[in-house]
Design a protein around this ligand. Structure first.
Ligand SMILES: Nc1ncnc2c1ncn2[C@@H]1O[C@H](COP(=O)(O)OP(=O)(O)OP(=O)(O)O)[C@@H](O)[C@H]1O
Length: 262
């Protein structure tokens, strides 16, 4: 019995396991032989120069990458033990479990409240009291509640860029994800809003698993537990963030983090 519990704990710790992943846009290979595992309740940063495959990689983790018709993949991506690249995998379920926040805040042209409850409404929840509860919890989770609680019916476009990004995080939390993918979530934000999102990410990792693409080295160093350095579609080095930034084993990682290229 003890053994079974331990085994469960070990399995629980690994959210994604990527095996020999190759991805092509038509004939062009964008990801090459990626092997990577991502742990629960950690922030994993994906860094690397422009065009090295960072966005492509994280969009593979909820199969959003397949919105591009020419894409085809080889290999396996196990999410909690099941291969999500299996054509029979339920994509609605996957995208509920693995939410995403984009580079540019993209609220809908609706009220703050309707933005947050959009997902639950699509899932058939219409009870006003329940939706209000979801909205409050999600906005609190995204550290936005105090700023918007008196203007929930106002249009989301009236919020600042940083608030809009936290609203998008609240919208993502409202569907109760397990993993949150963040694709350069602060690159369009000012330093103070950036700091708020970074603090928020650190709070959120207590409950969720976060994978963040960033061009900002300090950001990766400040907030992530693990860092993967991508170059030309390959993972050059993947280790604890402390090791990557203080004692990388590959010269190319060192050159990149010290600003010698990229
Ligand atoms: N829709 C697409 N169709 C064809 N090729 C694409 C498409 N999207 C990306 N690519 C190619 O795949 C490679 C990886 O692109 P990707 O956007 O994943 O890189 P990235 O590291 O996220 O770049 P950036 O830091 O500039 O956002 C690039 O060579 C890019 O040109």
């Amino acid at each position: 019995m003890e053994f079974a519990t331990n085994k469960l704990d070990i399995q629980k710790a690994e959210v994604f396991q990527v095996n020999k992943l190759n991805l092509y846009y038509g004939k062009d290979q964008a990801l090459k032989n990626i092997d990577l595992s991502i742990n629960e309740n950690e922030i994993t940063a994906i860094i690397g120069p422009s065009g090295c495959g960072k966005s492509t990689f994280i969009k593979t983790l909820n199969r959003m990458v397949e919105l591009v018709e020419s894409v085809h993949t080889e290999g396996e991506v196990y999410y909690r033990g099941k291969n999500i690249l299996d054509k029979k995998y339920d994509l609605v379920e996957l995208r509920t479990d693995v939410g995403m926040v984009f580079q540019k805040p993209n609220p809908f042209p609706k009220s703050i409240f309707e933005n947050v409850v959009y997902g639950p409404r699509i899932h058939g929840i219409n009870d006003k009291k329940l939706l209000m509860e979801v909205a409050e919890n999600s906005l609190r989770g995204a550290a936005l509640w105090d700023e918007v609680k008196d203007r929930l019916n106002e249009n989301a476009y009236g919020l600042s860029g940083g608030q809009q990004q936290r609203l998008c995080i609240a919208r993502c939390l409202a569907i109760q994800p397990d993993v949150i993918l963040m694709d350069e979530p602060t690159s369009a934000l000012d330093p103070i809003s950036t700091l708020k999102i970074e603090e928020l990410a650190q709070e959120l990792k207590e409950k969720y698993t976060i994978i963040i693409v960033t061009h900002n080295m300090q950001q990766a160093a400040r907030i992530s537990d693990k860092t993967a350095f991508f170059l030309n579609g390959e993972v050059i080095e993947y280790d604890s963030t402390t090791t990557i930034f203080s004692n990388p084993s590959d010269k190319r990682t060192e050159d990149y983090i010290s600003g010698r290229f990229g």
